[in-house]
Ligand binder design. Structure first.
Ligand SMILES: [Zn+2]
Length: 276
């Protein structure tokens, strides 16, 4: 009897051990799946043009522990409708990225090479001179071609961004790393009439189609001051939604965090001795 009980205990112990191992294995698999899902969809909040009303984003981003990328035109900084250098420093000190968008919001595709190079390189050099670390660039009007991409690379940038290419029919997100790092793709830029539900839909579409990079490009935070604007209320609500959406495995990062790479030294806008 004693032996029988002892045998049963041993038998049960083995069964329990096997059960624990199976449960443990399942738990580890689950944890692994969660860890993989955690980096599947990366959202970057981006602001183009350095418009003065974008400064209010700082407090809202801070309240959510999020950082954005601001693509600015250094030729306009400090005028009445654009942010000042000191406001850009505040954004940067808060962990946001300050990135390039040409000196004067030029349509690079329409410029001669030398002029395009000046718009891109001098703008980047101005940012470096103000102690920023410009590694990301966005094409004004989303206008670029192979030659423009080469200029952006030659001026020392690690990436170039357009304003289209992601849609909810075929391309649900940019890949990480992007297919062409000097031609990164975005969903349609939110306009005055774009609802938060539409913007959130871009993120959910990525999540539901294998993840990737979703760049949300804003221009103004105001009540209908521009065709490309979002109200402060809607922007705030969007950040709340993004924060809650982290449970679905999405994270918010700056462009530089997504792309990586070094901060290249300044490149002179003109190449001495070369007639371009
Ligand atoms: Zn722009």
């Amino acid at each position: 009897m004693q032996t029988h009980v002892a045998r049963n205990i041993v038998k049960h112990s083995r069964l329990i051990l096997v059960a624990v191992l199976i449960a443990g294995g399942a738990f580890l698999l689950l944890q692994h799946a969660k860890a993989s899902a955690a980096v599947q969809t990366v959202v970057t909040i981006e602001f183009d043009d350095g418009n003065a009303d974008q400064y209010q984003a700082l407090a809202m981003l801070n309240a959510h522990g999020m950082h954005a990328t601001f693509y600015v035109n250094t030729g306009f900084i400090g005028d009445s409708s654009h942010m000042s250098w000191s406001q850009l420093q505040d954004l940067y000190a808060g962990g946001n990225e300050i990135a390039g968008h040409t000196l004067t919001h030029a349509n690079l595709k329409h410029l001669k090479t030398a002029d395009a190079r000046n718009e891109v390189c001098q703008d980047r050099d101005n940012l470096l001179a103000h102690n920023f670390q410009p590694t990301s660039f966005a094409y004004p009007f989303g206008s670029f071609d192979a030659g423009t991409e080469q200029i952006v690379a030659a001026c020392g940038y690690n990436s170039g961004r357009g304003v289209s290419g992601v849609n909810d029919t075929k391309v649900f997100a940019e890949t990480i790393p992007p297919a062409d790092v000097y031609a990164t793709r975005t969903p349609p830029n939110p306009k005055q009439g774009t609802t938060d539900a539409t913007i959130e839909g871009y993120v959910m579409a990525a999540e539901q189609h294998g993840g990737g990079w979703v760049q949300l490009v804003f221009h103004h935070i105001c009540n209908s001051c521009d065709a490309y604007s979002i109200t402060a209320t809607n922007f705030q609500a969007l950040l709340n939604w993004l924060q809650a959406d982290a449970t679905n495995g999405s994270v918010v990062e700056t462009t530089a965090q997504v792309i990586g790479g070094p901060v290249n030294p300044p490149v002179p806008p003109t190449i001495i001795g070369v007639n371009v």
